[in-house]
Design a protein around this ligand. Structure first.
Ligand code: UD1
Length: 421
């Protein structure tokens, strides 16, 4: 069982070599949800083999779709939808399963799922999702911990203004609007690359979405969407994590199959810290780091194209051994510094006050027993462990497996001494 397993790292090995970047988890999940909208087979290439993607496939199977995985290609046959309920267990396993609400409701005009509740990053409300779907004609009731949703007359287009550019809400509205009657406008939409990937997929299937990647997205509802074949974009957060892993060991890495533009907020910070970064060819990024690196000053997480909140925890590990003081201001989630306490166990000097963390760089870290309590926080512990003297043992690694494909194998392939046991 992954839960009892640990990742064991003997730190201090310089990383050197090439890492192919996996497909984006945060794109794969809404794309798998989008297949529900289609009347024909959908083939998703570059779909990372992660527990979250497996959970999404199980949701698809629960509602009657057929899913087949062959290496990193997932084929979904959504021709027959026989159920409209997402079981509680799957909702609990993956909070982002709320993303199925828009597509199931759009296709079947009814959907029942348990309320997603909180998560390790603090409360994660879904009020934007619900308000928008109501504006599109959905009747949504909360009963006994369940969301009972229906759209007896089908969904219709609406002019929706989000009070915050929520990624999940923007995706859910796009999914709901793709088959709705009329035109939907999303104002103050999220602009993340994953939104663009979703729009590209839906448009390939015959949908009519304009403006994705900008703050106004316009969706003209289609009568029907066909299936299509699509390659999922590279995972910018996994790529960022491996760049930090290279940097913290003073190493030299080449990432292949990355998206330079999507990574710009991350590479800009690494350059500021003293790393040399070169991008070349189709998606190759070379990083060369000579420690000690220096603090990048203040990092404020923000919506895209600001610094991504998901890249904050592993960057904190890197700044823990960089000269000077780094201040992190977490603007997206209210409880996203749990990894700080674990990094302190390795000898880092970090103090947290609400949404602000202050990191004073130390010369070295030393191995300890750590617990991962969330996905990117777990990645921070792995990053730090690579630089710590001695052995670091990390438990709670099922969190890490939600977002990183074979993390220990990837790191071993570039020279790390890391195993799962
Ligand atoms: C997605 C990503 C996650 C990333 C986050 C921010 C996926 C599967 N997950 O999560 O990795 O960290 O974007 O880039 O793509 N909010 C509300 N009400 C709502 C919805 C959101 O108040 O109805 C708040 C949240 O509590 C949070 C903020 O808005 O404080 C951002 O959340 P959102 O952009 O929706 O994140 P997710 O889509 O859940």
């Amino acid at each position: 069982m992954a839960e009892q397993q640990r990742i064991i790292i003997n730190g201090g090995k310089r990383l050197e070599g090439e890492i192919p970047v996996q497909g984006a988890k945060n794109s794969a999940l809404p794309l798998l949800a989008a297949t529900v909208l289609c009347s024909g087979e959908c083939v998703l290439h570059n779909c990372p083999h992660l527990s979250d993607c497996d959970a999404a496939c199980r949701i698809l199977e629960c509602i009657g779709c057929r899913c087949r995985r062959e290496k990193n290609t997932v084929t979904v046959d959504p021709t027959v939808i026989s159920g409209t309920e997402v079981p509680t267990q799957l909702m609990r396993e993956m909070r982002s399963s709320i993303i199925f609400l828009g597509s199931v409701l759009s296709r079947c005009h009814t959907c029942r799922l348990s309320f997603p509740g909180g998560c390790e990053l603090g409360p994660r409300p879904i009020d934007f999702h619900i308000k928008a779907l109501r504006e599109m004609g959905a009747v949504i009731e909360e009963r006994h911990g369940y969301l009972e949703c229906s759209a007896p007359k089908g969904l219709h287009g609406a002019r929706i203004t989000l009070s915050f550019s929520s990624v999940g809400a923007t995706e859910n509205i796009m999914l709901a609007a793709a088959l709705a009657d009329g035109v939907t406008e999303i104002h103050n939409a999220a602009r993340e690359p994953e939104i663009v990937d979703l729009a590209n997929f839906i448009n390939k299937c015959g949908g009519k979405i304009k403006g994705a990647g900008g703050s106004t997205v316009v969706i003209e509802g289609a009568e029907k969407l066909a299936g299509c074949e699509h390659r999922i974009i590279p995972d910018r957060i996994a790529a960022a994590t491996y760049l930090y892993c290279g940097a913290i060991t003073g190493g030299e890495l080449i990432l292949t199959g990355a998206d330079h533009a999507a990574l710009r907020p991350v590479t800009a910070v690494l350059e500021q810290m003293g790393c040399s970064i070169y991008t070349y060819g189709e998606g190759n990024i070379f990083i060369n780091a000579r420690r000690p690196l220096t603090s990048p000053g203040t990092i404020r997480t923000n919506v895209h194209p600001g610094f991504p909140t998901d890249a904050q925890p592993p960057l904190m590990a890197l700044t823990a051994v960089s000269a000077g003081t780094t201040v992190f201001v977490e603007n997206i989630f209210e409880n996203r510094f749990k990894h700080a306490g674990e990094l302190v166990r390795l000898g880092a000097n970090i103090s947290v006050e609400g949404r602000v963390a202050v990191v004073i760089g130390v010369k070295s870290l030393s191995g300890a027993e750590l617990v991962a309590t969330d996905l990117r926080g777990g990645a921070a512990l792995v990053t730090a462990g690579l630089a710590a003297d001695g052995t670091t043992r990390i438990s709670g690694i099922s969190h890490i497996d939600r977002g990183y494909e074979n993390i220990e194998q990837v790191l071993r392939s570039v020279g790390a001494d890391v195993k799962r046991q």
